[in-house]
Design a protein around this ligand. Sequence first.
Ligand SMILES: *Cc1c(COP(=O)(O)O)cnc(C)c1O
Length: 460
Amino acid sequence: MTSGYHPFSVPPHVVTRCGNPHHREVSAMTVDVPSFATRALHAGRSRQAASSRATPIYLTAGFEFDDFDHAATHFGTGEGFGYTRTGNPTVQAVERQLAALESGADAVLVASGQAAVAVALLTVAGAGDHIVASTHIYEGTRGLLVDNLARLGIESTFVDEIGDPNAWRAAIRPNTRALFAESIANARNDILDITAVGAIGDEFAIPLIVDNTLATPYLLRPLEHGASIVVHSASKFLAGHGSVLGGVVVDNGRFDAEHAGHNAPHLVLPGRGGLASVAARHGGNARIGYAREAVAPRFGTTPSPLNAFLIGQGAETLGLRVERQSRNALEIARWLEAQDAVESVDYVGLDSHPDHELAQRYLRGGYGSIFTFTLRGGLEAARDVIESVDVFTHMTHIGDVRSLVLHPATTSHAYRTEEERAVLGIRPGTLRVSIGIEDVADLIGDLSRVLAAIEEPVIA
Ligand SMILES: *Cc1c(COP(=O)(O)O)cnc(C)c1O
């Protein structure tokens, strides 16, 4: 469109003697050339399309409309792109990629995992509603439920025995609007029986929302087993390199207005100004449609298109990384289980784990990279390990290509009581690891050296 002469480029007859285009000498035959400030803003812009192999990064707040009617149509139907908070081509490409990886119908990408959990829950619940959640969830999600959502009038009940379907059933009330759990939970590595809990949700027309961050869609796709919505912290395995934060909500596209409409009046009643209901406009995609048009953009959970690009690029190698990370983790867990300094290892890949059979039923291609192990030497031994590791990085993150270690009792779970921590499988000597893609011999070598040092007999 802008090939050849453009009014904002300096025409050839404008001579600049000193090299500074601001001090131009204008020839007799000059046309109107915009000033320096205007050229700085408008010169050289091109709307020409190019076939980029990589997803282009549309790092832009908004999008130019073609004409008067285009703008009106965009605002009327939501089609196309107008403003990045409501839609962006880079973000949309990653949403479709992640929806495809999770076997979902559609996805909304947001700025963090916490934003994904908040958007998913606020899509299905409002003041006066109730959520049933697993006790074994991320501490930030627990805070969201017990502090923030409670203040908005959304109550939560927690289920300890997540393997007992009757425990879920017993917690459901007439105003329950979501069941929430993690597919693989930290710190005990519990596995959720998605089919069983999803069936209870179906019976009561309540969506099961699964945080699939630890499992990743490479190992497990909850929507294939009866979950309605999946959320992720894309900051972890999806992005994979520990450089950006992000989150995603993926929906199965099977909202059934007839079956579940009584639990979702905001989806089935007409909208403001006589607008057709969300369900009438989006059909089975009513939940994700509502999340995209009325939750994420209003609470402003928008991701940067640059971060979206990095998440999409990371997800391209998800399978390779998780396969390697899972293989490394299993080898390290088996090795740790045989060490005298180690009291227990909570890794679902081990025969000794109570959920090992459930894991074999649900996980394909590995058992994941995150687990905890507990040292006989308690807090002091844990401190020694944290302070002596070399190849492992000491930080509060998971799902990185690098191996990471953290002491949950004094960090992520410091504000829980000792009894509460015990229920969650966190003791003074417990360490959490997130295994990376390094050579496994170097990781075992690092732990071996460190454990040998703490095994030195203590002379009283
Ligand atoms: C990290 C994490 C979150 C929160 O994600 P952020 O991207 O840090 O906001 C939620 N759930 C699980 C299981 C996580 O590990």
